[in-house]
Design a protein around this ligand. Sequence first.
Ligand code: PEP
Ligand code: MN
Length: 345
Amino acid sequence: MIVVMATNATARQISEVIARIRAMGYEVHLSEGEERTIIGVIGRGDPLDKEQLSMQEGVHEVLSVTHPYKIASREYHPEATTFALGQHTVGAKDLALIAGPCSVEGREEIIEIAHAVKEAGATALRGGAFKPRTSPYSFQGMGEEGLKYLAEAREQTGLPIVTEVMDPSLVPLVAEYADVLQIGARNMQNYTLLHAAGKSHHPVLLKRGMMSTIEELLMAAEYILSHGNMRVMLCERGIRTFETYTRNTFDINAIPVLKDITHLPIIADPSHGVGKWEYVEAVSLAAVAAGADGLILEVHQDPESAMSDGRQSLTPKRYHELVKKTVALANLVGRNVPTAQPVGA
Ligand code: PEP
Ligand code: MN
């Protein structure tokens, strides 16, 4: 249930409504918009009388949210959620262009690619230091050493860092170095990790599980949001279907659907979505056209020798070409690439 307060509701009226909800055994989540305050009723308590609540002073209306996700829903927060990522804002007009290797492979390597993606127009750097690999015998990432190299790359380029955290106990360590905590597809329903990310109040990039529905993705986001951490970006990274030609099937539908039903920014990951670099550009442009708030792409200076996901990694040159096309397309769909060179430069 959601209690929408009147535009002129006083602080006293708001706290009285909160007190009443709490007295019935619920938690509340406050969303103080520019226009009005909305109170989300969370948890399980005694049955709430909607009529009685709507009669309280300062209440505009009481809405039952029909979806299981509440704070993530558009009804709860009609305006798009926006927040800073480095020098730019995610979720508004600017597209977030997150790029970098699948894994941090070494100090020189990550610093070199950070400069290359920045040069090509990226607004943030990605790179995994803790890698979720299908095989325990594959490269597992450089761990804390990798995080240190990422921080050094940020110092040199100014690009904020997006990197994965796989274990709740490692959230404080990863948060010390990262600007955004990435929760990977395999961990989308790792509830202890979602709670830990929520408590950290660090921005989170939450990837859709490869066999998860859109609603399950939003329920996973709800775990983070329920701690009051509203800086969550959702990431469509492809789902498993009967098709085997591509690594996954990028669910383009998810983008307009999510834009409709949630206020959270949506980032597209065509690298994992298709798994072959030659299709990454087409799907990236499609995702921007469909309304994505940004792209997270794998870029490697020498994809053939990459320690993970080389097959889907773009070279810096190909990434630059993609960014240039994204700039042209962004104009058409009312978006902006904040790092775009002025025409003729
Ligand atoms: C990654 O970003 O490199 C990654 C492991 O992604 P996903 O969790 O989507 O498979
Ligand atoms: Mn990868």
